[in-house]
Ligand binder design. Structure first.
Ligand code: FES
Ligand code: FE
Length: 425
């Protein structure tokens, strides 16, 4: 028999036990769970929409999606970045159908209303003739959407009462500083986009805490000699913070995998402790709740270890499908040669053609497929997230709850704990 939404929420209460390491399979396969997620997670929290460097010039714009609704993100004549619902206020036509471009004015394809990139309605065809003095343009500006930036990362939310972005991010900011605040960063090219038949949570879960899979899932890469097998060591730290965020730091690294010539810039942007983590970093893999994952990894390109930095969104488009959108970032002041090699290092590893990405998406799709099915059957199947339940956290130079190696599932338990909190609110 079909469960109502209320019954599903009650069922979540009874069956999802992150703190005991028990996560039922139906969370990845039930369309009702997905419906509730849309309402209680994606319409409530801050969700990543892009990077400031994607609209570098006055008049630049891009269209993005926020919880299933289209946004226009513009940089106006004063340099301010804003977000609007991509819907004409006359009769609801999608105002802008391009991915990106540069214009100060948007003309609606239906009746030709003209909106400035600040949202104001400034022109209506034949206005005096047909409306006389009766149309008040000042009340018909585009619907503004809440948008905030952290170190260039742009987040939007539909929730008018959402806490400030900085509060929502909390302690994970310390690590995001290392990721995107260490230097002036810019997105290279346009984001890569590809669709995977996977529930979005499998991606977030994998990045927030699953360092354990690398030895096996990506084992063939080491066998081929493309990365040293030591890449898959558990050495490092796993850390989680409030609101479901978390990450894994692979350390130590004898090779400095960042542009040498930017050391002064890094030091001026980071605290001594943050710089200490950066200079010793092999990789950094994490997730900002709900679905913004981030990554610093490195590979040998022309005999030198070259890092690559990226953020990626597991954009849900159904309970068993997501679009992966990956932005590659690079230090703006690095040499062109370094930028090119960093891009190569990224494309070889994480991208639709990347060796790691292909391994991972095979797993994601099979997990999702196995979780599809009617609730009465699936509600009894659970996953095991008990790794590290017995362990005590350690002191770490950065904030959050830290463990002194990467092979624990504490970050996943923390992710699902916050997820459950929102879902059952
Ligand atoms: Fe846009 Fe009419 S719907 S001008
Ligand atoms: Fe992987």
């Amino acid at each position: 028999e079909e469960m109502s939404k209320r019954q599903v929420v009650n069922h979540l209460y009874d069956t999802v036990k992150p703190e005991e390491g028990v996560i039922p399979a139906y969370l990845l396969g039930d369309p009702k769970v997905y419906e509730i997620e849309h309402e209680k997670v994606f319409l409530k929290t801050w969700v990543f929409v892009g990077h400031e460097s994607e609209v570098p010039n006055k008049g630049d714009f891009m269209t993005r999606e926020l919880a299933g609704y289209s946004l226009i993100i513009t940089r106006d004549g004063e340099g301010e970045i804003r977000a609007f619902y991509n819907m004409c206020t006359h009769r609801g036509m999608k105002l802008c159908r391009a991915d990106k471009g540069n214009k100060s004015m948007f003309t609606c394809p239906y009746h030709g209303f003209n909106f400035k990139n600040t949202g104001e309605l400034v022109g209506v065809p034949l206005q005096k003739d047909i409306y006389g003095g009766t149309l008040d343009r000042t009340t018909m500006g585009l619907h503004k959407v809440k948008l905030e930036s952290y170190k260039g990362l742009l987040f939007g939310t539909w929730n008018e009462d959402a806490e400030p972005l900085e509060d929502f991010l909390g302690d994970i900011r310390w690590y995001l500083d290392i990721l995107v605040g260490r230097a002036e960063m810019e997105v290279i090219g346009v984001p890569q986009r590809f669709v995977v038949s996977s529930n979005w949570k499998v991606g977030s879960d994998n990045f927030v805490g699953d360092s354990y899979h690398t030895m096996v899932t990506h084992g063939s890469i080491a066998k081929l000699g493309m990365v040293p097998s030591a890449t898959y060591s558990k050495r490092g730290f796993q850390i989680h913070t409030e609101n479901g965020h978390g990450l894994n730091l692979g350390t130590p690294n004898p090779d400095f995998a960042f542009p040498e010539e930017l050391k002064a810039e890094f030091k001026s942007n980071l605290s001594v402790e943050q710089y200490g983590v950066l200079s010793n970093l092999k990789n950094m893999i994490g997730n900002v709740f709900p679905n913004l994952s981030f990554l610093i990894s490195h590979t040998k390109i022309k005999d030198q270890f070259i890092s690559n930095t990226s953020v990626r969104m597991w954009r849900p488009i159904g309970h068993n499908k997501m679009e992966v959108i990956a932005w590659m970032l690079v230090e703006k002041n690095a040499s062109q040669d370094w930028k090119d090699r960093s891009r190569d290092s990224f494309i070889l590893t994480f991208s639709p053609s990347g060796i790691f990405e292909q391994d991972d998406t095979e797993v994601f799709t099979d997990i999702t497929e196995a979780a599809q099915g009617p609730m009465p059957f699936l509600k009894n199947l659970t996953y095991n997230y008990t790794m590290g339940l017995h362990r005590e956290p350690v002191e770490f130079v950065g904030p959050g709850v830290a463990y002194d190696d990467k092979f624990t599932e504490a970050s996943q338990r923390n992710f699902y704990k916050y997820w459950l909190e929102l879902m059952t609110k």
